[in-house]
Design a binder for this molecule. Sequence first.
Ligand SMILES: *Cc1c(COP(=O)(O)O)cnc(C)c1O
Length: 419
Amino acid sequence: MSTVWRPYCQMQTAPLPTSIVAAEGVEIVTDHGQRLIDGLASWWSVCHGYQHPHLVEAIRRQAGQLSHVMFGGITHEPAETLAERLAELLPGDLNHVFFSDSGSVAVEVAMKMAIGFHRRQGQPERRRFLAFHHAYHGDTTGAMSLCDPDRSMHASYGDAILPQLHSPVPSDTASIERFDRLLEQQAGQLAAVVLEPLIQGAGGMRFHAPEDVARIKSACEQHGVLLIADEIATGFYRTGKRFAIDGCGTPEEPLVPDIICLGKALTGGMTTQAATVARSHVFEAFLSEKASDAFMHGPTFMANPIACAAANASLDVFDQEERSEDAKRIHDAFVSRLPEARSWPGVVDVRTRGAVGVIEVRQLPDSETMRKLAMQHDVWLRPFGNCIYSTPPLVIEDPQLHQVCDAMLAIAKYRSPKM
Ligand SMILES: *Cc1c(COP(=O)(O)O)cnc(C)c1O
């Protein structure tokens, strides 16, 4: 029996996990010495590849000087610098950075900011959230309530989950009309609309158009509902732009959500760290003479100096290396290779957006078969739901990318006798 309780895993029947002993570049190395190209960048995070020397050195230096200190009543240079740099990179007045230790917590923080904002504006009844079908916003109970109720873990928790509203992403005449009506009817009880802009990740790997994001933003404005952009997966060039929202406005009129959540690639995938960044009107709603108006939240390891140093080093690398070009290159490779599968039996859809490639099938083979098929190509993939997908490290080179495509196509082509 296993002592470690593993994620999303039926411990009674699951095969033993693959044991990894090292990683370098875009490869992870098993305890048998097999080098696997990581087609997932460790869940969208390792954007510059593993053990990037600049990031390793930054962590080493920071660990030798100040590895951790509480953030209550204390500050430090790595956090101050990182906050300044994020505020500089984000559009508009997204200038107030609240650090936390994981993406789910960053979403919880955003939800509490939105509820707190309306309470301080004298509208405490605005405390529910509207999220979208196929949404994924994290595993903690608040964040979980935002996930698609039919395609997430909702079913296994029943009534324990906060009731929220869910809508299709408004993208055609009928769904736009329905969304507008829903928002108009429910605005009085809504604190915020929460959206993964352009690419919905773990809730189904679905894409929507920049116009859809702009439409949601203006509907929110019209009804005094905040917009929370969850860019934990899309941030840092996964969509091709630095942030997905950068692709939804114009240079003259950027699209600026009220709150944005960042995580995953924030530290270049070196360690855990997330951030919730608010616009000035949200931040200022919490300012008063009363201590009780303060924002009441503070994770033990928030703004950990090693994590902040890693994030700062990752931002250095983004300045020096062309990650938006990399995303384009990855996109082109997916576009040239994956559509071949469209006509295959059992394949429902092939889609690509930015540095994300997806083959949706009617039914996936069992997970052990998929792992074996990928590993025969020296590739690491872990399909979920009905999706074979890849979100590779942005530094992946073309031959490696083709190897990932080969593995994805092999899984899509596989027909077991039972299927
Ligand atoms: C991964 C993810 C989260 C949760 O982040 P964790 O660090 O796993 O808690 C939230 N939202 C989105 C869009 C994500 O992709």
